[in-house]
Design a protein around this ligand. Structure first.
Ligand code: HAX
Length: 436
């Protein structure tokens, strides 16, 4: 058994025993109550699942195994120039709850390199799609095509015991994460670079090699990818991509099927697709105003016209957060350090100074602050990656780290089929009557 798998098995067995005891002693205790507003309001805030890898606080933002993003930037092993954290380290931390050593992260990079060979038929599936297919459609199609390799599916068909589910989920998780950068880069190069593909460079770390295969050279872009892949990985379990992966996995669909489902949720404009919508909106604004350096007054007018036409301001607002997203701030700090004079980045900073007050003025927006998607596009544009339809795929490669490590935990803890209760409006009315 490999060292990470062994560590995971030990931790999962211990927590499994703890949960059994906790349920025996406290299983009937109530932790929350549900309001009618929550039933109609997209289940906001209802506590109904366990997610070990990260937790989101409305004010403090995301904590991965207790560590905030600034703490992770300090504690996780870094890329070769010692600047940005390596996403391999975050995956290790999410899976076993311990900050890995440099050697452990190096082992993980080597593991993913060994497992990174993408079956030939996956490229054929991609090549059969029109280049006009949205990159997220291509991405989920490729994940589905890779499912033919699922260890979980094969072992289940052979009659695997339920005590082995975690092991098969771990194998699929490791293989999938190893292969996603190659698949994503293939989609990028076929769609925007006339099929001029770039062979992997196995001497590089996971995110460095991804940057290389995308075809954007330079150590700064590799550092951007390390940071990007780290901060987008997980946002507790209730967000749409995480929850969808969890729900589908709870039917014992294998990790490939579960991740593909989660990625389809990420592809919605209220979720991950917002990263392309933000830069699209900024480009449209610059076009409409006829300048690359709009004043704050011009930005305010454009924001008001967007709202007046019945649209949301992409990149602003959040279902849980109630302050500027620490993931936005981490990207802002990156831009301040690496590219402070970038004009497109300065537009994002000016939008940040204008939008919150306007949204506050509407009186209904619970969080007027920027979320993770408000900043990423401008930095990518600066480094030459301006094909914004691809942005959600980048998000998806990162999000796989979180949702798949959480899926390993769900199978290890024997989480059951998820099945919340729905109600008809008639039943809601009857419940109200019975209470009065
Ligand atoms: N611009 C304009 N209006 C907004 C708004 C924004 N950015 N954010 C919220 N509102 C509006 C809502 O549309 C809603 O209006 P109605 O009552 O007229 O329907 C009202 O304010 C209350 O909404 P809320 O309770 O504050 O927000 P929700 O929890 O319902 O929705 C969303 C959260 C993220 C979906 C929302 O803020 C939004 O649409 N933002 C823009 C899209 C976006 O940036 N999405 C990415 C979110 C982060 C993420 O998941 N990344 O992957």
């Amino acid at each position: 058994m490999d060292p990470l798998k062994q560590k995971f098995y030990k931790k999962a067995s211990e927590l499994g025993k703890e949960i059994k005891a906790l349920l025996k002693e406290h299983g009937t205790q109530k932790i929350d109550e549900v309001t009618i507003k929550q039933i109609y309001g997209g289940a906001r805030g209802i506590k109904m699942m366990v997610w070990e890898t990260s937790q989101l606080d409305p004010m403090d933002g995301i904590r991965f195994r207790g560590f905030s993003i600034p703490e992770l930037k300090e504690k996780l092993p870094k890329g070769p120039d010692g600047k940005e954290p390596r996403p391999e380290g975050l995956f290790w931390l999410m899976l076993v709850g311990e900050v890995p050593t440099d050697e452990e992260v190096k082992w993980l990079t080597d593991q993913w390199t060994t497992r990174s060979n993408v079956p030939e038929h996956v490229f054929k599936v991609l090549d059969s799609l029109p280049k006009s297919a949205h990159p997220m459609t291509q991405f989920t199609s490729a994940i589905m095509a890779m499912q033919t390799d699922s260890v979980f599916m094969r072992r289940y068909a052979e009659g695997m015991s339920k005590t082995e589910y975690w092991d098969a989920a771990y194998e699929d998780t490791m293989n999938l994460i190893a292969r996603l950068p190659r698949v994503a880069a293939y989609i990028f190069r076929r769609t925007y670079h006339n099929n001029m593909h770039i062979a992997p460079d196995i001497s590089q770390d996971w995110a460095g090699n991804f940057a290389h295969m995308l075809g954007i050279e330079g150590t700064d872009f590799k550092n951007l990818m390390r940071l990007y892949m780290t901060i987008h990985a997980d946002h507790e379990g209730g967000n749409a991509s995480a929850h969808t992966t969890h729900l589908v996995g709870s039917t014992l669909s294998d990790p490939y099927l579960s991740l593909a489902a989660g990625m389809n949720a990420l592809a919605g404009p209220l979720h991950g697709l917002a990263n392309q919508e933000v830069i699209k909106w900024i480009f449209k604004m610059l076009d409409a105003l006829g300048t690359k350096e709009p004043t704050k007054e011009q930005i305010a007018d454009y924001v008001n016209s967007t709202l007046a036409s019945g649209k949301v301001i992409p990149g602003y607002g959040h279902a849980v957060l109630r302050r500027p997203d620490p993931r936005f701030m981490a990207q802002k700090e990156f831009a301040e350090e690496y590219i402070p004079d970038s004009k497109i980045v300065q537009v994002v900073w000016n939008v940040f100074e204008v939008v919150p007050d306007i949204l506050k003025g509407l009186g209904k927006v619970k969080n007027p602050w920027p979320n993770v998607d408000a900043h990423s596009g401008a930095i990518l544009v600066h480094y030459g990656l301006d094909q914004y339809s691809f942005y959600t795929v980048l998000f998806g490669v990162s999000r796989a780290l979180g949702v798949l490590s959480a899926l390993c935990w769900s199978r290890a803890l024997g989480m059951p089929l998820e099945r919340p209760k729905s109600m008809t409006t008639k039943a809601v009315k009857e419940a109200i009557k019975a209470m009065s």
